[in-house]
Design a binder for this molecule. Structure first.
Ligand code: GAL
Length: 495
């Protein structure tokens, strides 16, 4: 087969321009892989990518050739799969030529995350569905470890990374969380994949800055979550003609009223040890300006600031209005109070919206009192360990995570919004009213980074922050808690 003819076939199949995931090509005369690679990509070095892609297809469709050697000459009539150019480039960037086994397709994709609750699981499944559509030869292993905010997951992941036994890809918050994984030792920098797939052009500049640590990208963001949301029971608020509180005074008035009616005014969980600190973080965003809040994590705002004292006082007062069994509840189980009309309000990130959607509960929302115009943000990303056992399978996973299709399918179930900036009005209209309003706030509000969810500080500081607040729940000693927060900042910032 003449290469001009191959090109004609390619044009006929519509695969020039490489807009598709790939296309089949039937040889009408014997050809070596490297010759096909030259004809298609203008470069013989793409031969391994064609071999891998074809072998992947052959595992699920016997009409494709099974190729056993890179220098094999394929007979006339052989059907190969020409991968899309971006995937092929990514393959060449990722593939280690010593790993001949990676040319044969199939295998697993072990995806590590803590997404097991309502909304979380549905979102993850949507990503799996898209991946399976593209790579039916690969078995997805859903390697979740339950526990909101991932503290249980992270504790298991770290030793696995160190031992050289990581999952293929894992959930990682955007921001300083990555520091705890010694990324230069254990993770693959993703700069080349960012430029191959154009991710450096589709995510907002601030998020890209947050994603860069030690000059490199280490994860591909799938979403933006908002941490400072007050969820409320529409039923209870309508029954008593209440309006969502705009500030803490209004909030406590509502609390007093509801308490007198025998309703839990504000529900709280803390079985994971992070839920009350999460609430506290959002209170800080109300007692400090966005600038001051950001400064807490850089050293520009001292932790002796009166806004910190005030936040502790507010948290202390909230404890008079919460369910007494909070230490037995996780973020999701406590939402049952609201679903059942026994609890009126809850402060949680908008994964709670994912839970309410999954359970079919119509819930009200407002910014946490005093935080209108402030967006306490975090982002979930997927990272790529250096020792991923099935590295080639990770390429398509990250591609789905970063794609528009993936971000739409995932986020409308997860309760988060796409991190990509190119969502059209028609695509936006597919999201529920909360998520649409969230997209508007994300574009307009002052953004502050979440500490509990990895954006603001390294993991060691997050742990000290949590410890200070968890002790405070017992002592209710404002001065002591503030001193512990000051000490945590000193330990982290070295001053
Ligand atoms: C956050 C994570 C969210 C959500 C939440 C509760 O840390 O970013 O995606 O899953 O934990 O598990």
């Amino acid at each position: 087969m003449k290469f001009s003819k191959i090109l004609a076939v390619l044009v006929a199949f519509g695969i020039l321009g490489f807009a598709q995931v790939g296309s089949p090509l039937v040889l009408d005369k014997p050809a070596a892989l490297k010759d096909i690679a030259v004809a298609v990509f203008g470069d013989a070095s793409y031969a391994p990518a064609i071999m891998r892609a074809t072998n992947s297809k052959a595992l699920v469709d016997a009409s494709f050739a099974r190729i056993s050697r890179l220098d094999e000459v394929l007979p006339s009539g052989a059907k190969v799969w020409i991968p899309e150019e971006a995937w092929a480039k990514a393959f060449l960037a990722v593939w280690d030529p010593n790993r001949v086994e990676d040319l044969f397709g199939g295998g697993k994709l072990v995806v590590g995350s803590w997404w097991t609750a309502g909304g979380e699981a549905e979102g993850l499944d949507a990503l799996f569905g898209l991946y399976r559509g593209n790579y039916p030869d690969v078995v997805i292993v859903n390697a979740t470890i339950a526990g909101g905010a991932g503290f249980a997951f992270k504790a298991v992941l770290k030793p696995r990374l160190i031992a050289g036994d990581p999952p293929d890809t894992f959930q990682l918050h955007a921001g300083l969380e990555v520091e705890g994984y010694s990324p230069e030792t254990y993770l693959r920098p993703l700069d080349d994949l960012y430029s191959i797939f154009g991710w450096d052009k589709v995510f907002p500049p601030d998020l890209l800055t947050l994603m860069r640590y030690e000059g490199h990208y280490w994860g591909v963001p799938v979403n933006i979550h908002r941490a400072n949301v007050l969820w409320y029971s529409k039923e209870i608020f309508a029954k008593y003609n209440l309006k969502p509180p705009a500030n803490w005074d209004e909030f406590f008035q509502i609390c007093d009223f509801l308490k007198s009616k025998g309703i839990v005014p504000i529900t709280l969980a803390n079985a994971g040890g992070w839920e009350a600190p999460h609430l506290f973080e959002t209170i800080l965003a109300s007692t400090l300006t966005p600038e001051e809040y950001r400064g807490l994590w850089t050293g520009a705002t001292p932790w002796t600031h009166p806004g910190v004292t005030k936040a502790l006082e507010i948290l202390k007062k909230i404890l008079d209005y919460v369910n007494t069994d909070y230490s037995a509840h996780t973020w999701d189980t406590v939402l049952e109070y609201i679903a059942a009309g026994r609890g009126a309000m809850n402060v949680m990130g908008d994964w709670a919206m994912g839970w309410f959607m999954a359970k079919g509960v119509d819930v009200g929302w407002a910014p946490v009192p005093g935080t209108k115009g402030v967006f306490d943000a975090l982002s979930d990303t997927f990272a790529f360990p250096k020792r991923a056992p099935n590295p080639i399978n990770v390429i398509g996973w990250l591609e789905v995570c970063g794609s528009k299709e993936g971000q739409i399918a995932f986020n409308m179930r997860k309760g988060s919004i796409p991190a990509r900036t190119d969502i059209t009005p028609a695509e936006k209209a597919q999201f529920n009213p909360y998520l649409q309003s969230c997209m508007e706030d994300w574009a307009r509000d002052a953004i502050v980074p979440s500490v509990i969810h990895g954006a603001a500080a390294p993991e060691s500081w997050v742990v000290d922050f949590k410890d200070a607040i968890n002790l405070f729940l017992v002592t209710k000693d404002v001065a002591r808690a503030q001193a512990a927060l000051v000490a945590a900042a000193q330990a982290a910032l070295g001053k």
